[in-house]
Design a protein around this ligand. Structure first.
Ligand SMILES: NC(=O)c1ccc[n+]([C@@H]2O[C@H](COP(=O)([O-])OP(=O)(O)OC[C@H]3O[C@@H](n4cnc5c(N)ncnc54)[C@H](OP(=O)(O)O)[C@@H]3O)[C@@H](O)[C@H]2O)c1
Length: 324
């Protein structure tokens, strides 16, 4: 593969940081980061955000490793276009709640002669899920992401779509609400493994103008994942198995907020007989050498701290009772 310059947007987020770090380590890529000017609207997938000081030290660390940092107003074509000149692949890692921030980026990428756009996807196969029967906040997000892909094609850019299944750290608050029967294999990709796998997908020729659904961390059932967690914690993990009617009822009864967003995903997974298309293990075929983080390490370093932080956040916002 000829050497490519990759620019990452949303670089200081979970997937973004891991993606930039892996790009630096990968021999095929030169790396640029688009840094948004301080003061621009700040969002995140989890509701927890990073401050300017943390971002600045991250940019400094990357710059010392040869990464080019370009600071822009990410809403202005006049600033985005020159910043993207010389980019071959543009990877967007914007959070779930800032999907629309990619529109100016697509236009600027086209004007700047970027070859390929990798939109921030990293969940289900939204081409299917956008047509699911029940109207939820998650289906709206799926429709937005599918529309972004159409816009990329309209702009005449190549694309790579990377569905990554479920990020386990988002779904393991006790008692765990299992989506579906618990025995079907699904794709699991923790946020950092999502970021890590992106450069390897891009370096593979089969990823051009393709949907590449990966299982970056594990390809196993809910029950298998929960058994691993029980082994790690040394205790039983409480769980409930909910069918489509129960997910829909829980979603309808929940006030807007983070919990409702998660319930919408439960609706999406169980809403049709086959469930949401979380399946896909593209990496087993095309990237057999890629290894996700081993589960015990992942529970220790990522999943349990994340679950604890989410619980604390939900208690602080009043979405969970103080003794949850
Ligand atoms: N399938 C799943 O279970 C699952 C779970 C979580 C996330 N996801 C998906 O993974 C993707 C990445 O999510 P993530 O959790 O890695 O993101 P994240 O960590 O929440 O991203 C935060 C970063 O996004 C950038 N950002 C913040 N506000 C922005 C705005 N208004 N416009 C543009 N950029 C903004 C900032 O980076 P800069 O300041 O450096 O730009 C910030 O550090 C999303 O598409 C999300 O839907 C999937």
């Amino acid at each position: 593969m000829t050497r490519k310059t990759v620019t990452v947007f949303g670089a200081t987020g979970t997937a973004g940081v891991a993606c930039v770090n892996e790009l630096i380590a990968h021999e095929a890529f030169d790396v640029c980061v688009l840094a948004r000017k301080p003061g621009q609207q700040e969002r995140s997938s989890s509701g927890m955000t990073r401050g300017e000081a943390a971002k600045k030290s991250q940019y400094d660390a990357w710059a010392s490793k040869g990464v080019t940092i370009k600071t822009v107003d990410s809403t202005l074509a006049e600033e985005l276009i020159p910043a993207l000149e010389g980019t071959d692949y543009l990877v967007s890692c914007v959070p779930i709640s800032a999907t629309e921030s990619q529109y100016p980026l697509i236009f600027a990428a086209r004007e700047a002669g970027v070859e390929r756009f990798v939109p921030s996807e990293f969940g289900a196969i939204y081409e299917f899920e956008q047509f699911w029967p029940t109207d939820t906040t998650h289906r709206l997000m799926a429709r937005q992401k599918a529309f972004i892909r159409r816009t990329i094609e309209l702009a005449g850019l190549d694309y790579t779509i990377i569905p990554a299944g479920a990020w386990p750290e988002y779904y393991l608050l006790d008692p765990v609400m299992v989506m579906g029967d618990g025995d079907t294999k699904v794709a699991w990709s923790s946020g950092p493994d999502v970021g890590r796998i992106i450069p390897h997908v891009l370096a593979h020729p089969a990823s051009r103008n393709a949907i590449c659904p990966v299982a970056a961390t594990a390809w196993c059932s809910w029950n298998e994942l929960l058994e691993e967690r029980e082994r790690f914690l040394g205790r039983k993990v409480e769980r409930v198995y909910l069918g489509a009617d129960e997910w829909r009822a829980a979603y309808a009864a929940q006030a807007p907020g983070a919990i409702k967003t998660l319930l919408a995903i439960g609706v999406a997974v169980t809403d049709t007989p086959a469930g949401m298309s979380l399946f896909g293990n593209w990496n087993a075929t095309f990237l057999p050498e890629f290894k996700g983080t081993p589960l015990p390490e992942l529970f220790r370093d990522r999943i349990e701290p994340f679950v604890a932080a989410v619980r604390a956040e939900l208690i602080a916002t009043g979405e969970l009772p103080p003794d949850a």
